[in-house]
Design a binder for this molecule. Structure first.
Ligand code: 2BA
Length: 121
């Protein structure tokens, strides 16, 4: 089993979650904040069989778009005119940041059963 951790923009979540539901790909959404822009984004935890990793990555690429965001850069300067504001800089954000990790899935239903009902291995 693999755990795909993907950081996407909030705007892309709706379409992506619809297609995940349609294709029976399970995911958990976490609200997160980017360290650079300090703006909100979405972190998805997606547990899938190894054979489906490429399919999930393809969907992330298809449904997550790049966008331009403005951020204020540069220090505040004070000169004879007064205090000069920061200047805006364009930053390209997205589509999706993707990490793929090895994972073990513990089936809690199975482990919660009393010994006598655990007839399997
Ligand atoms: P942020 O950290 O808010 O970064 C937003 C965008 O700012 C990044 O877009 C990138 O274009 C730019 N950026 C980030 N750090 C920069 C830096 N030190 N210098 C110049 N530009 C910088 P993305 O690369 O698409 O990243 C989108 C979001 O994905 C990030 O939001 C962060 O939350 C996450 N992320 C990206 N790379 C990551 C990594 N290696 N580990 C963990 N999270 C990551």
């Amino acid at each position: 089993m693999k755990l795909i951790i993907s950081i996407i923009q909030d705007q892309d979540f709706r379409a992506l979650s619809d297609i995940f539901l349609e294709k029976n790909i399970r995911s958990t959404r976490l609200s997160s904040t980017g360290g650079f822009l300090s703006s909100g984004n979405t972190t998805l935890l997606i547990g899938v069989e190894e054979t489906r990793v490429d399919e999930v990555i393809a969907l992330l690429k298809q449904y997550c778009h790049t966008r331009t965001q403005l951020m204020n850069a540069g220090p505040m300067t004070v000169d004879f005119i007064g205090v000069m504001p920061h200047y805006p800089v364009e930053v390209i954000v997205g589509g999706a940041i993707i990490f793929v990790l090895d994972a073990e899935c513990i089936d809690l239903e199975q482990t919660a059963k009393p010994e006598s009902q655990n007839t399997g291995a």
